[in-house]
Ligand binder design. Structure first.
Ligand code: BG6
Length: 517
C-alpha cells in the first residue's frame, strides 16, 4: 500500500525547503589520481557537481600520482571515462570540465614533488582566482598520509589564516586500532587544526543516511516513542554480494570489524540512537555522537557472547559459482580474517536501557542491502478474543539505505471479509518514485560540504577514537587467541547465504529474530 494524496498513488512532495550555498573558488589536489577511488568516485562526483552548477565558478583539479601522465593524457582518460557514463548532451560540458584538470607525476616521498606542486598551485591560483583556497584529497594508501601532509606543511601549503583556506580530506582506514589512530591523529595535528581535517565516511554522504536526522527531528510523531518504552530492538544490516575483489592486500589485515563496523556501522548507530542535538551544526551533532559512544556498553571479556564472526566459503551469487575467501587472489589459504560479523550492542543511558541493537555486515551475502529496522514493542494486551498478544505482529519501521532507498512502516489493519480478519500492511515511501531519480552519489555531497567548510558529515577526532576504543580490545583479543579458539569462533558460511547460523542464535537466545521485510 502506498500513501495516497488527492487520489494519487504516490506521496507527493508538497512543500519543501531547500538551501544550498555556493562554495568559494577553490583548487582540489588529489593524491592518488591514477587510483580506483579517483576514477570511480571523485572525478565523476566532481563532474556531476559541475553539471548541476554546484561547483564554484572558478575551480581547478590537480591529480597527482606516480604514474607518468601529462595534463593531456590525464584529461583524455577523464573524458573517455566520463563519456562512457554520460550522454552526448554533456559533451561540451565535458570539454569545459576537463580543461580545468591538470596533472603532476612524482614520488610522494620526494621533496621536488611538493615544490613543483607549490609552483603549480601559484600558477593555477592566478589563472582561476582561487585566493589560494585549496583542498588536498588523500586517495592514497594510509601509510602515506603522514609524509604527504608533513611535506605540504613544510612548504607552507597547509597555511590557513581564515581568509584563504587549506583543508585535507582523509580517507578511511583512519588507523588500525586505537593506538595507531591516536598516533596518526597526533601527527596530523602537528600540521593541521581540527577544522582543517575532514575524515571521510562515505556512508554519511548517502541521502538516506542524512534523512535519519530529518526523519527523527523534523517530525513530532516518532521522537516521543523513540525509546525503551516503545522500541523492543533495533537491527542494522549492511550486506554485500561482492567479495573481497582486488583488495586482499588491504582486507586481509582489516576484516569486517575495521572495514565496516568501526566507521560506517557505528555512524549509522549514532544517527539512530543519539539524543537531539542542540542544533543542526557540526559540533553539536558530533557532541551527541561522542556522548552516545561513551554510553555504549563495552563488550564482555568473552566477546563471543556478543560478536559472531564468519568468513565466506564457496557458494553461489546470483546463480554463479564463486570461490571462498581463502581461494581469492592474494588471500592466504589459512586466512583467519573475518568477512562477516553480527554484533549485539547495549546502550547504557535513560533512553535505551534494555534495548538491544543488533548489527550485521558481511561480504558475499545473499543480497546487497543496507537497512535499519526499528522493531516496536507488541501491543500490551489483545482485546480480540481469538488472538493472543503474540499473534499481533509488532510495528516495524524500516529505513532502506540502499539499494531501494526509502522508508517502510508496517501496521495492522482490518482485511475485508469476516468480522475479525487482520493483516499487516505497509506504508512505503520510495525515494525514486517520489523524487523521480536515484539519490546522488555520497561523494558529491561530501566534496561539496568540504568546499563549503561544513564538517557535519565528517568524523571528528574524539568520535573516531571513541569508536576505536569500543572495538580495539576485541580485535586485540582475537589476535592473541590460540589457533583452536579462532577456528572454533570463525564460522565459515556459504557465499550467497545470510551468514552463519550462529548469527541467528545471537538473537534467538534473546527470544528474537532478524526481521526480513
Ligand atoms: C567501503 C569498504 O568503505 O564500503 C568496502 O571498504 C565496502 O569493503 C564499501 O564494500 C561498501 O560501500 P557501499 O556504499 O557500496 O555500501
Amino acid at each position: 500500500m502506498k500513501l495516497t494524496q488527492q487520489g494519487k498513488k504516490i506521496l507527493t512532495c508538497k512543500d519543501f525547503f531547500c538551501t544550498e550555498s555556493h562554495p568559494k573558488s577553490t583548487g582540489m589536489v588529489i593524491f592518488g589520481a591514477s587510483g580506483d577511488l579517483t576514477h570511480r568516485k571523485l572525478i565523476p562526483s566532481l563532474f556531476n557537481l559541475f553539471l548541476k552548477d554546484l561547483l564554484p565558478d572558478d575551480f581547478y583539479i590537480v591529480g597527482i600520482s606516480r604514474t607518468n601522465f601529462t595534463d593531456d593524457t590525464f584529461r583524455e582518460k577523464i573524458v573517455a571515462e566520463l563519456s562512457n557514463e554520460n550522454d552526448v548532451d554533456s559533451d561540451e560540458k565535458l570539454r569545459e570540465f576537463s580543461k580545468r584538470c591538470f596533472y603532476l607525476s612524482g614520488d610522494y616521498e620526494s621533496l621536488s614533488l611538493y615544490s613543483d606542486l607549490k609552483w603549480r598551485i601559484k600558477e593555477l591560483d592566478k589563472e582561476f582566482h582561487t585566493d589560494m583556497n585549496k583542498i588536498f584529497y588523500m586517495a592514497v594508501p594510509p601509510d602515506l598520509y603522514t609524509s604527504i601532509i608533513e611535506n605540504l606543511g613544510d612548504l607552507g601549503l597547509t597555511y590557513d589564516d581564515g581568509s584563504s583556506y587549506s583543508r585535507v580530506i582523509v580517507e578511511k582506514p583512519f588507523g588500525f586500532d586505537l593506538e595507531s589512530a591516536t598516533e596518526l591523529d597526533r601527527k596530523l595535528h602537528l600540521v593541521l587544526r581540527e577544522d582543517q581535517i575532514y575524515r571521510i565516511d562515505h556512508y554519511l554522504g548517502k541521502e538516506t543516511v542524512q534523512n535519519i536526522l530529518i526523519f527523527r527531528f523534523a517530525n513530532s510523531l516518532f521522537e516521543p516513542i523513540w525509546n525503551n518504552h516503545y522500541i523492543d530492538n533495533v537491527q542494522i544490516t549492511v550486506a554485500e554480494e561482492l567479495g573481497v575483489e582486488h583488495r586482499a592486500g588491504y582486507y586481509e589485515h582489516a576484516g569486517v570489524i575495521r572495514d565496516m563496523f568501526q566507521n560506517h556501522m557505528m555512524q549509522l548507530l549514532s544517527l539512530v540512537a543519539m539524543e537531539p542535538p542542540a542544533s543542526f551544526g557540526a559540533n553539536e551533532i558530533h557532541d551527541e555522537k561522542i556522548k552516545l559512544f561513551r554510553s555504549v556498553r563495552r563488550f564482555p571479556k568473552n566477546a563471543n557472547e556478543w560478536i559472531i564472526r564468519g568468513q565466506y566459503g564457496a557458494g553461489k551469487i546470483n546463480g554463479n559459482d564463486v570461490v571462498g575467501y581463502r581461494n581469492e587472489n592474494g588471500v592466504s589459504p589459512e586466512s583467519k580474517t573475518e568477512t562477516f560479523a553480527a554484533v549485539k550492542f547495549l546502550i547504557d543511558n535513560w533512553r535505551w536501557n534494555g534495548v538491544p541493537f543488533y548489527m550485521k555486515s558481511g561480504k558475499r551475502l545473499q543480497k546487497r542491502v543496507s537497512e535499519i529496522i526499528v522493531a516496536f514493542k507488541r501491543v500490551p494486551h489483545s482485546i480480540f478474543p481469538q488472538l493472543s498478544v503474540d499473534d499481533i505482529p509488532a510495528n516495524i519501521l524500516k529505513i532502506n539505505i540502499q539499494p531501494e532507498e526509502g522508508i517502510v512502516l508496517t501496521f495492522q489493519a482490518k482485511h475485508p471479509g469476516p468480522k475479525l480478519c487482520m493483516s499487516t500492511l505497509t506504508m512505503d515511501f520510495d525515494y525514486e518514485e517520489v523524487f523521480g531519480d536515484k539519490p546522488p552519489d555520497a561523494y558529491e555531497r561530501l566534496l561539496l560540504d568540504c568546499m563549503l567548510g561544513d564538517q557535519t558529515l565528517f568524523i571528528r577526532d574524539d568520535v573516531m577514537k571513541e569508536a576505536w576504543s569500543i572495538f580495539t580490545p576485541v580485535l586485540e583479543s582475537w589476535e592473541n587467541a590460540p589457533e583452536e579458539q579462532v577456528n572454533r569462533e570463525l564460522h565459515i558460511y556459504p557465499s550467497g547465504s545470510w551468514g552463519p547460523p550462529e548469527a541467528d542464535e545471537l538473537l534467538k537466545k534473546d527470544g528474537r529474530e532478524w526481521y526480513q521485510l
